[in-house]
Ligand binder design. Structure first.
Ligand SMILES: CC(C)(COP(=O)(O)OP(=O)(O)OC[C@H]1O[C@@H](n2cnc3c(N)ncnc32)[C@H](O)[C@@H]1OP(=O)(O)O)[C@@H](O)C(=O)NCCC(=O)NCCS
Length: 201
């Protein structure tokens, strides 16, 4: 039931992302942009993801980056024209341009805090399928994959107000190490060691 994230899943993942995180900045950029972003993550050497399928449809996903700076660079290099085209109607807003820059430069800010390069980027489960352990299974499998790629630590940022997600990360073993403000929202920064998720553990 769990498969690697592939380009052809991107539209369903975009739908889950927007439904699950409707007030997020990425969601505000529109379904076509979000789908293109997940296509780019699936194709980047610095990104990977997993999808949870039930009855032939994607009901949950998780996306990881093994190196967030490398991911942004690889995505921009390959998709600058198509992304520019998808965003052109939105770039007239100063707030949007500011948020895009904040997103792009956040990896450099995190370097000064010596945070791991690898990051759990996003996760969402369809509302009807929540509470069944799908998110926990997806994250554990993703961390196993990170461990097998010799990535020792993974970070995740989550809005402080998102209680279900904060509880989820804590239950998996992520430890909160700081708080940052991004796009005017206070986010908790968690880090987990992947050695507990080694396939041989
Ligand atoms: C957060 C989210 C991914 C959890 O998915 P899920 O499949 O329901 O989570 P799981 O069933 O695997 O739950 C894992 C643990 O988190 C806890 N948890 C999950 N949802 C919870 C809730 N609403 N309230 C309290 N605890 C919760 C559970 O207690 C569970 O621990 P347990 O197995 O020891 O009981 C889901 O609510 C979602 O898609 N939310 C919208 C998207 C989002 O906020 N993503 C995170 C930001 S990127």
């Amino acid at each position: 039931m769990i498969e690697p994230l592939q380009k052809h899943n991107a539209a369903q993942i975009a739908q889950l992302h927007i439904a699950g995180i409707p007030t997020g900045f990425i969601s505000s950029l529109g379904k076509k942009f979000v789908a293109a972003l997940y296509e780019a993550i699936a194709e980047s050497p610095y990104g990977f993801g997993l999808v949870y399928e039930a009855d032939g449809r994607v009901v949950g996903f998780v996306a990881f980056s093994t190196d967030i700076k490398g991911l942004y660079k690889s995505i921009i290099k390959k998709n600058v024209i198509s992304f520019g085209f998808l965003l052109c109607g939105k770039l007239f807003s100063f707030q949007t341009i500011k948020k895009i820059f904040e997103t792009l430069f956040y990896p450099s800010r995190s370097e000064t805090q010596e945070l791991p390069k690898a990051e759990l980027l996003s996760i969402a489960v369809a509302e009807t399928e929540r509470g069944k352990g799908i998110a926990k299974t997806l994250i554990r499998q993703g961390l196993e994959e990170c461990c097998s790629r010799k990535i020792e630590k993974v970070k995740v940022l989550v809005a402080d107000f998102n209680k279900p997600a904060n509880i989820l990360y804590q239950k998996i073993g992520f430890k909160q190490i700081s708080q940052i403000e991004n796009h005017g929202i206070v986010s908790n920064v968690y880090v987990v060691s992947t050695d507990h998720f080694s396939k041989t553990y």
